[in-house]
Design a protein around this ligand. Structure first.
Ligand code: CA
Length: 233
């Protein structure tokens, strides 16, 4: 298999070196690096990397702008790297089209795990067809044509909101969805809803699809940010 081409955009030399050394050591990746937004865009256009790791605080351009530009032509995974104090930025970055985020300082294991998730998402995206009739993930199955959901072959009954919520997560499997994104895509009138409602419906959905709702395997919580559906073997 060809190596996955990763573009690392980071102006902090120490962090950039940590990322490139980690990825080089695993022998599964080829690397491109950029330390400015302008160079990131140029390389994204000319080399079409499989995955982009993007620092939000760049010297010339806001990382958010870089995401918006790249998203005008590419849906390849973008993993944002930012400091913990930039929680709002993370949410904006996800809403602008980033797939995932890492908080500095991060461990190399965490970085590699996020990249593996992104690779799986990319492989899944390349197979997925727009009008796919079924979604399958572990024991979970959605039959879109019948609007039915099964866990381990057993049909479960969801409310309309729970169903929409599950379908949204399933269509974006591997990607972190913000509370705002979920509200605007699931609720008929998002202006009257707030993120506490998302929590309530997520809890009732988990009770129906997770074997142990206190240790969810399908839907992962990102505190203060949102939720992600994980690929389950
Ligand atoms: Ca920076």
């Amino acid at each position: 298999m060809d190596k996955t081409l990763v573009l690392v955009v980071e102006d902090d030399k120490a962090v950039r070196n940590l990322i490139t050394t980690t990825l080089n050591a695993s022998h599964s990746y080829s690397l491109l690096t950029a330390s400015t937004g302008e160079s990131a865009i140029l390389q994204a256009v000319s080399k079409n990397p499989d995955i982009i790791i993007l620092d939000l605080g760049l010297p010339d351009e806001d990382g958010m702008e870089v995401i918006r530009k790249i998203r005008t032509w590419s849906n390849r995974p973008i993993i944002v790297v930012s400091a913990r104090s930039e929680d709002e930025d993370k949410i904006d970055a996800l809403d602008a089209g980033a797939d995932d985020y890492l908080t500095k300082p991060f461990s190399v294991e965490e970085l590699l795990a996020r990249i593996r998730v992104a690779v799986r998402k990319m492989q899944y995206d390349s197979r997925a067809v727009e009008d796919e009739a079924f979604f399958e993930n572990g024991a979970l199955k959605i039959d879109y044509s019948a609007a039915s959901v099964f866990v381990g072959g057993q049909e479960i009954h969801l409310t309309p909101i729970e169903y929409k919520l599950l379908c949204l997560l399933a269509k974006n499997v591997g990607k972190v969805l913000t509370h705002h994104y979920i509200l605007t895509h699931v609720w008929p009138n998002p202006a009257e809803a707030d993120s506490s409602l998302v929590r309530v419906f997520m809890a009732t959905l988990r009770k129906k699809i997770e074997a142990d709702p206190s240790k969810p395997v399908y839907i992962q919580t990102h505190i203060g940010i949102g939720y992600r559906m994980n690929r389950v073997p």
